[in-house]
Design a protein around this ligand. Structure first.
Ligand code: SAJ
Length: 418
């Protein structure tokens, strides 16, 4: 019979993935304890509040907290299963920084009892799930860790990479297929018993390293495809051809689906994960590395274009619309828009640059040092500007299309006003 998890679940990391997962499972009637090192996050959650914007998340969290199913703490508790959803950033040399994952495994280890399940959701290089077994085993020599080809482990360890799209997390968390890779087939089965609580997509069981690699490959696939669109944009620009028209036409071919060029690739996933592949196989990852370089160069190109346009004016005012890493989210991590604004502010120190984003109410730290930057409402910024640069296609910006832009130099890096 298909097993469904019963018992108490602890989730380490109450961020963009851990918190929605906690809410989804708690609303299925399971007691979920959210663990986070950040006291402010724990305090907010305990009041039923959500520390970031994500559609439908606030309702799910406040409901789960009010029902008493979701609680938050800074201390890792005892539980029947543990999900690790902590960040995996990269080091200066672009290898994965696994210190948060290791710390989480070491906090879980003393709490483990025979029969417990540990699932890693954080995006990680191949071999990380195995390392979790090693780290836990070092703290708990009394417990038998799962080994390939062996049965009878005390703890079940698996990787179930998150795959949800920010802005659609609460929908995709339920509807996406899930890949679950176990250190042994039994580990994968045990981890699947948790995801069967709420996942309506198919649950695909595999080994841990394949699951780790599949996740990295998904994001590298998107990065390479965005790099293709960005390169087509560069080439079209140099040939004075409208890239949006080219893509619109090419995409009418039944087997072509070109993504959108933009000011660069941001967020905490796509600019990071491909490097985990490159560092695992440096000489073989030529395309993946080049795609990263193409996308990383975009903000410089966009800023350069703005500087060129500014040369046409004696004393221009520039409006930059959008600071987040993509449309309709409040997340500014690795945002190319912020990089573009910083580069323009540096290159044009005497030019007034008005910055506007409906999701950002204070100037991001990276931009605070530029005295020529001012946060403004979008309509005021556009009204005062000679040059309007659209960096993020938030809905309110798209709606400005026909009314406010007449007589301005427009640089629409997202094709939103096309
Ligand atoms: N972008 C473009 N052109 C496009 C699409 C995106 O320039 O045509 C830019 C966006 O503006 C943004 C960046 O790329 O700056 C990434 O945005 P995204 O919407 O492609 O992806 P994320 O980072 O929000 O989420 C991705 C998703 N992965 C894939 O689509 C393969 C999501 O499913 C993953 O769960 C997530 O990474 C993650 O956490 O790994």
């Amino acid at each position: 019979m298909t097993e469904i998890f019963k018992g108490r679940l602890a989730i380490l990391g109450m961020g963009y993935i851990g918190l929605p997962t906690a809410a989804a499972i708690a609303t299925r009637g399971i007691d979920v304890i959210g663990v986070d090192i950040n006291h402010a996050t724990v305090a907010a959650l305990s009041r039923g509040e959500v520390p970031f914007v994500e559609p439908d998340l606030a309702v799910a969290v406040s409901g789960a907290v009010a029902m008493g199913r979701l609680t938050a703490t800074t201390e890792t508790p005892e539980a029947d299963a543990f999900i690790i959803a902590v960040p995996t950033p990269f080091n200066d040399d672009r290898t994965a920084d696994l210190s948060y994952v290791k710390a989480a495994a070491e906090q879980i280890a003393p709490k483990l009892k025979s029969g417990n399940i540990v699932v890693l959701e954080s995006t990680s290089p191949p071999g990380t799930t195995q390392k979790i077994g090693d780290w836990i085993g070092a703290v708990r020599p009394d417990l038998r860790m799962p080994r390939d080809g062996e049965t009878g482990a005390d703890v079940y360890i698996a990787h179930c990479p998150e795959r949800v799209l920010p802005g659609r997390i609460m929908i995709e968390m339920i509807t996406n297929d899930r890949v679950i890779g176990g250190l042994t087939p039994r580990c994968a089965e045990k981890a699947a018993s948790i995801y069967r609580l709420f996942a309506q997509g198919e649950i695909l069981l595999t080994d841990a390293a394949s699951a780790e690699m599949a996740k990295l490959v998904e994001n590298a696939y998107r990065d390479v495809n965005i790099a293709f669109a960005n390169e087509i944009s560069l080439i079209s620009e140099s040939l004075h051809i409208d890239v949006w028209e080219v893509i619109r036409l090419a995409n009418r071919h039944p087997r072509v689906s070109i993504l959108s060029p933009g000011p660069g690739v941001g967020g905490h996933c796509i600019p990071v994960d491909p490097w985990f592949i490159v560092s695992a196989a440096p000489t073989l990852s030529r395309l993946i590395r080049t795609a990263r370089e193409v996308n990383d160069h975009r903000p410089h190109h966009v800023a350069q274009q703005v500087v060129e346009k500014a040369k046409r004016f004696r004393s221009p005012t520039v409006a930059c619309l959008g600071l987040t890493f993509k449309a309709n989210v409040d997340d500014v991590r690795e945002s190319p828009a912020i990089e573009v604004v910083g580069l323009i502010a540096k290159a044009l120190p005497d030019v007034d640059i008005l910055v506007s984003d409906p999701y950002v109410s204070t100037m991001p730290a990276l931009l605070a040092k530029y005295e020529n930057l001012h946060l403004e409402g979008a309509y005021q910024a556009v009204e005062r500007a000679d040059i309007v640069v659209l960096l993020v296609e938030h809905e309110p910006f798209k709606a400005m299309r026909h009314t406010r832009l007449g007589g301005k130099v427009i640089y629409d890096t997202r094709g939103a006003w096309h």
